[in-house]
Design a protein around this ligand. Structure first.
Ligand SMILES: Cc1cc2nc3c(=O)[nH]c(=O)nc-3n(C[C@H](O)[C@H](O)[C@H](O)COP(=O)(O)OP(=O)(O)OC[C@H]3O[C@@H](n4cnc5c(N)ncnc54)[C@H](O)[C@@H]3O)c2cc1C
Length: 246
């Protein structure tokens, strides 16, 4: 049986995602001292503030020539709330990432579901590997919204019925769809984030275009905005060098 108030069990629908930078130790200076240890040894920390133009040039050189390891000496932890289908894609990124996700075994899953917003292009045109998305008609939008909501509501009712009958959460959750929101902490460093952004965002400066699903791109865009503020020189060098992770 559940002790959750009845109001929390009413399905709600979202078209957006949550991304919050909850913890960080990440600055351009982290890249510089790591790189300068090769030539300045222990003195590298003192070199940091000496010449800003040189620092900018060094970061750009590291990015251009793909000397990647100096970009690993930093850390960012994000709280992310997004549909399960986004997390399935997200967790394919194995290197330089740590994840902890809410449990469907130890807690009752809340009825928050994804429904695409009006600006989400619904129709795919072209062949695999060479296609584009275009806006849906009003009828398609209405159909998507109605179908998703109906099916989410029905699935959640069945979930509740099983829990009320004493079925374990880990068994009952099998009826819940991938449009259900989940939440996780994801920790990365600038290098692993750049690799992620190169694959999961579309950008006019990208040397190697990628075609990510819009919903994971929405998460990526928010992470990118937070990271750009923490490490502006690294971010600028990433863009200037075609958004390819070093
Ligand atoms: C647009 C798009 C469509 C996709 N479609 C599909 C799909 O249809 N089906 C599907 O299964 N996946 C799909 N993926 C996922 C994709 O195949 C990768 O799993 C995902 O992008 C993570 O990339 P990664 O392995 O480079 O990242 P990470 O796991 O973070 O690895 C980073 C880098 O480390 C190195 N590395 C990591 N592990 C190994 C290893 N075992 N051996 C050698 N080198 C390693 C590689 O250089 C790799 O690039 C898709 C991804 C994108 C962006």
């Amino acid at each position: 049986m559940t002790d959750t108030p009845a109001d929390d069990l009413k399905p709600s629908f979202r078209s957006d995602v949550t991304v919050e930078l909850v913890k960080h130790s990440a600055a351009d200076s982290d890249v510089l001292w790591a790189a300068r240890v090769s030539t300045a040894g222990e003195q590298s920390l003192e070199e940091l503030t000496k010449d800003p133009e040189r620092s900018k040039g060094l970061i750009n050189y590291l990015m251009r020539d793909r000397h990647g390891s100096p970009f690993e000496h930093n850390s960012m932890t994000f709280f992310i709330s997004a549909p399960i289908f986004v997390f399935r894609e997200f967790m394919r990124h194995r290197v330089g990432w740590s994840y902890n996700e809410e449990s469907g075994r130890y807690r009752e899953l809340q009825p928050v579901f994804y429904v695409p917003g009006e600006d989400r292009k619904l129709v795919q045109q072209g062949r695999p590997g060479k296609y584009e998305f275009v806006a849906g008609t009003e009828a398609q939008q209405e159909l998507v919204e109605r179908s998703m909501q109906q099916s989410y509501i029905q699935a959640y009712e069945q979930y509740q019925e099983m829990l009320a009958a004493g079925v374990a959460r880990e068994v009952a959750r099998a009826v819940l769809p991938v449009g259900l929101f989940s939440s996780m902490y994801a920790t990365c460093n600038a290098r692993s984030l750049m690799h992620f952004l190169g694959l999961r965002t579309q950008h006019e400066l990208a040397k190697v275009p990628s075609f990510p699903q819009r919903e994971i791109e929405m998460v990526g865009e928010k992470m990118e905005a937070a990271w750009a503020e923490l490490m502006p020189l690294t971010y600028a060098a990433f863009n200037a060098n075609g958004r390819v992770a070093p």
